[in-house]
Design a protein around this ligand. Structure first.
Ligand SMILES: [Fe+2]
Length: 277
């Protein structure tokens, strides 16, 4: 294709059922609606949307029942992976129409999609009932095999947990299990353009196995930027955002950080006399 391929990434929707506010404060459903409207109205419009986990807040069927019709409003295909707030069984039951997802929730919800200019591999980094991230040896072997099949195909990995220590104390208590083994796999496959992660609710980037792991802001609430070991588990309502990954065969992959909401502007730099003084 000649025009760039655009991948919008959103993350950590934390939806609740019954119009309840998340943590008693956050209107996560309203925030998701604004995000969907924003992406649908974007020009150029993203070709696909990927969602890097924590789709709902407590992994309940009634929460997924709220989520499904909201995502169905997107004018483009969307692809999702679970986060630690999700539950595989209820997620899969609600999204049975998402044909790329595996048929059974007995194991990790890993998947692969080969029909776009960028190959997509979704990895389920959750530990059922746990908070931190991991990839099983069997998942790493599957990933290694998948990547070996198409070494020339530029590839995005989508997984909830970032495989690195962020420096935000309370988010680092449970480091990603097997991160070093994952990094060795990535290092063998230079076609991996990005690891697209969530979980940390604010934008972040780190080199990883010769690729780049990046974290998407949340669609609603953000984790406070507090780089102390004793950083308490606090969130705030800084501008919510998303990542917009622009793929062009010549230029490669550029990852933009966008925000949702209305802000003053745009204002011109120039008028009829040149740069405005
Ligand atoms: Fe989250």
């Amino acid at each position: 294709m000649n025009r760039p391929f655009l991948v919008a990434q959103i993350s950590d929707l934390h939806l609740k059922a019954g119009n309840r506010l998340t943590y008693g404060v956050v209107d996560t459903l309203g925030a998701l609606r604004r995000a969907v409207d924003h992406l649908n109205a974007s020009d150029p419009r993203p070709d696909i949307v990927v969602i890097s986990g924590d789709l709902v807040d407590f992994g309940r069927a009634d929460e997924y029942a709220v989520l499904h019709p909201e995502l169905a409003r997107l004018h483009m295909p969307c692809y999702l992976v679970p986060g630690n707030h999700d539950a595989r069984g209820p997620l899969l039951a609600a999204f049975a129409d998402h044909g790329y997802l595996p048929a059974s929730a007995d194991g990790p919800l890993d998947w692969m999609v080969d029909e776009h200019p960028l190959r997509l591999i979704g990895l389920d980094s959750t530990i059922p009932g746990g908070h931190g991230g991991q990839l099983l040896d069997s998942q790493l072997q599957w990933l290694d095999d998948q990547l070996a099949l198409r070494p020339k195909a530029p590839t995005l990995l989508i997984l909830h947990h970032p495989p690195f220590i962020s420096g935000i104390g309370h988010m680092d208590r449970e480091p990603f299990i097997n991160a070093a083994a994952l990094e060795r796999v990535i290092a063998r496959h230079p076609q991996v353009e990005r690891l697209l992660c969530g979980h940390l609710h604010r934008p972040m980037q780190r080199r990883f196995g010769g690729s780049l792991s990046c974290v998407c802001p949340g669609t609603s609430h953000q984790i406070v930027l507090d780089l102390q070991d004793a950083a308490p588990a606090h969130f705030n309502l800084e501008p919510a955002g998303y990542l917009l990954h622009r793929w062009d065969e010549q230029q490669g992959l550029i990852s933009h950080n966008g925000v949702f909401g209305d802000y003053p502007g745009p204002y011109p730099f120039y008028d009829a006399h040149g740069l405005i003084d």
